[in-house]
Every structure is written in C-alpha cells, then in structure tokens.
Design a protein around this ligand. Sequence first.
Ligand code: TXA
Ligand code: MG
Length: 321
Amino acid sequence: MIEIGKDINKSIFHLKNNEIVVLPTETVYGMGANALNKQAVDKIYKIKKRPFYDPLICHTNSISKIKNYVVKIPLKAKILGETFWPGPLTILFDKNKNVPDIVTSNLKRVAFRIPNNKLTLKVLEKLDFPIAAPSANPFGYISPTSPEHIMKKFKTDIAYILDDDDCNIGIESTIIGFENNKTIIYRVGGISIERIEKVIGKVQVFEKNIIFPNSPGMLKKHYSPEKKMIIGEIESLIKKYKNKKIGILSFNKYFDGVSKNNQIILSKKKSLIEASKNFYKSLHILDNMNIDVILSSLVPNEGIGKSINDRIIKASEKYEI
Ligand code: TXA
Ligand code: MG
C-alpha cells in the first residue's frame, strides 16, 4: 500500500531524499520528484513507462526561483506569469545549464508552472529545487484527478501521496511558448485561449505533428481509457452499437435507450467549468463500468470547451506512432 495523507513535512522529506511524491494541483495530480537530480527524474519515467522523448514540466512557487533555471524571462512570459500564476498555465523558457537534459528530453527549452494548490505551494516554498511532475498516470492512460485514480494504477515506488481530494480545474495546464516573435499555444488546457489573448494579444495554436511530436499533448492517443471511446452524434451511435453494452459521456442530458446508470453527465447546467472538473473523473468511472464502448460527443467549442474537446478527441483516437 502506498502511504497517503495531508502531511506537508513528510512530502518535503521524501522529495529531499529524491523519492517520488504525488502532489495535488488544481489541474491533475502530478508524479513529483527533484528536477535537479537525474536519478529522481529517471524514477518518474520508469514508473510511468514514459518514453524519454516526452519532456517534463517543472513546478515551483515563484517567478524569482524560475530565474535560476532560464536564460531570460521574456516580457510576455512575465506578464502571463503575473496574470495567471499560481494557475493552470505552463510557460516554455530557454533553459540554462542548471536544468538536467533528462527533464527536457534534450530540448533547449524548459517548461515551468506555478500550480494553484495550497498544500503543494507550501511544499514548493520549502524546497530549493523545482519539482518535475508529469500527470500521475501510466503513460497514455486517463489523467488522475483524485488519489484513488493513482492508487488503482500504482502499488509501489511512490513514497507518499499528498491528498487534497478532487482537482478543481480537472484538465491539464495550457502550454505556451515563444518562437520567432510568435506566441504559440502547444497544448490547450485550463486557461482558455480567449483569456490569454485578452492579456497579450493574438496567439497561434500549434498544428499537430503526430510523427515527431515535440509536445505529447500531440501524441494522437493520449489521456485515453482502456475501453473503446467513439465520438459523434450520440442518438445515431446508440443505434449503431445497439448490440454492445453502451456507456455514455454526455455534456448535459440523458439519452433514451441506454440505462441511466451507464450514462454520465458532465454538467446539467451546461457549465464548461463544471464539465472540465468532471471530465477525467467521469472517464475513470466509465472505464471501470461493465460496458463495451463509451459513446460521447463534443461540448460547445468555446473557452475551456476547446480544451475539453481536445481531450475528448485524443481519448478516442488511435495511437499512431
Ligand atoms: O497541468 C499540468 O500541466 C500537469 C500538472 C501535474 O502540472 N502536468 C502535466 O504534465 O500535464 P504531463 O507530463 O502529463 O504533460 C506535460 C507536457 C509534455 O507532454 C510536453 O508536451 C510538454 O508538457 N512539455 C514539457 N516540457 C516541454 C518542453 N521543454 N518543450 C515542449 N513541450 C514540453
Ligand atoms: Mg500527462
């Protein structure tokens, strides 16, 4: 059994010993370890069965600490950080030599974010090194938004889970960076494109490159349940799959012809914020139901709805690399 609790000092102790500690954030739970220690970072890749080409996000509690690991803080990054941190935004910076290459998969940039979770911020305040933390799921599986999701998939090799119940935002951070004077969103997430553009003007959303992804938000199948998930118009899908045991992930209403017990609604009141909080949690429940297929459709494609749709599409596509 993995030890779990709300003990900040225990979390700090294990992280200083280069052990893995699962930390709560407002987006998803992170599989955390000392980003400056290669062995500690190696443990993260091993436990997640994550390929080494997939870089990790570093977490800390202040912009002044980030300065120790980057060449410079561009003005737009400073403005974004001051506006949205602590919060679900990750910024890519040119790294300096203090960041081990294993953290960034040999890329020249390092990803940083200041997460908005009181317990985790208390831990980060006490550390003089950043915490590398990918989502605490086996590579490719649904991201965890509560400790039970982690306990179901991992039995050993985690020193401690810092428990703070359900994550509030429920999907991963938005990842942003700067290339040739352009501001680029590499992964849509917890902060909507609209909110970012209000602060720094027009941004570009990176086109998918599934052959050589340099950001695995771009792997075609990611964040996926083990059950087959199909998206489309739910009424017609119910007819098409009438000989299968059907589960439904719906935005705001129940559908006829399938037991209500097998249907999960993301937000009865059509709130995209509530839908985002419930999204991974609902996928975990459906994936553990006695069903053959999960039928779903996209949510309204605005604000954080774009991020939810990105995850719905990724959860339903085939892995192609
Ligand atoms: O909300 C989140 O961001 C959560 C919590 C735990 O903070 N973390 C998270 O980490 O989603 P992960 O590893 O599941 O996804 C991180 C993604 C990588 O897959 C990669 O696409 C991108 O961040 N990334 C990290 N470092 C990068 C770099 N140097 N250049 C390009 N992309 C990078
Ligand atoms: Mg992940």
